[in-house]
Design a protein around this ligand. Structure first.
Ligand code: MLT
Length: 410
């Protein structure tokens, strides 16, 4: 190496692991060749298996045509979103019985970036995460160099940790429900404990609701259905999972107007100030597709996708119900979170599963230390894929010792 820069990385970056979880899994699987020549079935990342809702595809085609016409083309988008999409999102909340003003909504290009960049506004904050969690929360907090606290999910609390016993001071708290990776979901009573804790300590909750469209009866669909959450919570939501936008990129977040920081400024004004300097909005074509996903017809089409993914989750759930393994998820979110059989080392299990069945899972420790001893399966899969996965599970010995009955073949 001839030349060494005289600029150095932030000290805090030294705390990061070498690779981002899903890049590491990709690396490990790309070099794998199954001895029996079977196709590798990837149930690690929560990516889509079905095409996008037709309403969104048609709306994007139409919008692309407009861009090719001098009279109808659009330039820069308003950085926080076009009014047509903001209105559609406000109506989404109205249907949930919650009043959100369009001025409080900001459209983004995915919850990954929206939520990971959000706390940059705060000065040396204490960040509190509920582990196991989406690895982005922890990586981003470490990059900022903030003090990181965690509260742990486990068998006893059903992977729904509560704030009891946490030292009372102000935090930026990140919660995700229905949860990635565990699939468990808060009911109103449990979430209220977090809202009350935030109000008591002057903390802010960043509530990741990316999977809320999958939640069934009893699970919370929006944090704002909890009393006074609009004084202490920001909600993040994504088109990726319910409308299949993982490759299109569109999301939104809601910053209630009434939240004020200790300096007296509203959080919303600071978020908008930051955004106007750092973000040029999401493409017009994308926003038209997103608007269509929230239309009456679009929502019906999304419901069909949601049902398919939840039905895939149900099949996996049925399989694991017949084993002695502890698991969560599958009802409110298409993820299953399962105890590793015969080992506490989730990477060892990941390798074992790959070699024996050519199925890729996500090792639980990738979601934080509280995830060690567990693995995650994504049910964002076609029915045929899940049937094949279950055939392989049944004919291999990998879950044999943990089986309480005879596993039926699909
Ligand atoms: C996951 O598999 O945890 C997520 O889908 C990855 C992502 O959304 O970035």
């Amino acid at each position: 190496m001839k030349n060494l820069l005289k600029v150095a990385e932030k000290v805090s970056y030294k705390k990061l692991s070498d690779n981002y979880l899903f890049s590491e899994i990709r690396q490990k699987t790309s070099s794998f060749k199954d001895a029996d020549g079977r196709e590798i079935l990837d149930l690690s990342i929560g990516d889509i298996a079905y095409a996008l809702p037709p309403s969104s595809v048609n709306a994007m085609k139409k919008a692309a045509e407009e861009m090719g016409d001098n009279a109808r083309k659009r330039g820069y988008s308003p950085e926080n979103g076009y009014p047509f999409l903001l209105n559609a999102i406000a109506s989404y909340y109205k249907n949930l019985g919650v009043k959100i003003d369009t001025d409080e909504i900001l459209v983004g290009d995915g919850t990954k970036s929206d939520i990971s960049l959000f706390p940059d506004i705060f000065d040396r904050s204490n960040e509190l995460i509920a582990e196991p969690c989406y690895p982005v929360y922890k990586d981003a907090a470490l990059m900022r160099g903030n003090k990181l606290y965690s509260v742990c999910g486990n068998k006893q609390n059903g992977f729904l940790p509560e704030p009891d016993g946490i030292e009372k001071k102000p935090y930026v708290i990140t919660l995700c429900s229905p949860n990635n990776p565990t699939g468990s979901a808060f009911d109103k009573e449990k979430l209220k404990k977090w809202v009350d804790f935030a109000l008591e300590t002057g903390s802010l909750i960043l509530y990741d609701a990316a999977y809320s469209a999958f939640s069934g009866d009893g699970a919370v669909k929006t944090v704002f259905s909890v009393k006074n959450a609009d004084e202490c919570a920001v909600e993040f939501c994504s088109f990726s999972k319910f409308a299949g936008f993982t490759g299109i990129r569109c999301s939104w977040f809601v910053v209630p107007e009434k939240i004020k920081l200790s300096g007296g400024k509203t959080l919303l004004s600071l978020v908008k100030r930051k955004r106007s300097a750092t973000f040029n909005g999401v493409s017009y074509v994308t926003q038209r597709g997103a608007e269509a996903a929230l239309s009456f017809k679009g929502r019906k089409e999304c419901e069909i996708l949601i049902k398919k993914y939840l039905s895939a989750a149900n099949k996996l759930k049925d399989f694991f119900s017949k084993t002695n393994l502890f698991f969560t998820g599958g009802d409110n979110c298409p993820y299953l979170w399962i105890e590793c059989p015969n080992t506490k080392n989730s990477f060892e299990f990941f390798e074992n599963l790959l070699v024996k069945t050519a199925v890729v899972c996500t090792p639980g420790v990738g979601f934080g230390n509280a995830g060690e001893g567990y693995f995650r399966l994504s049910a964002f899969q076609k029915e045929d894929t899940v049937n094949e996965v279950l055939n392989r599970f049944s004919s291999s010995d990998i879950f044999k010792d943990s089986t309480s009955g005879v596993l039926s073949k699909n």
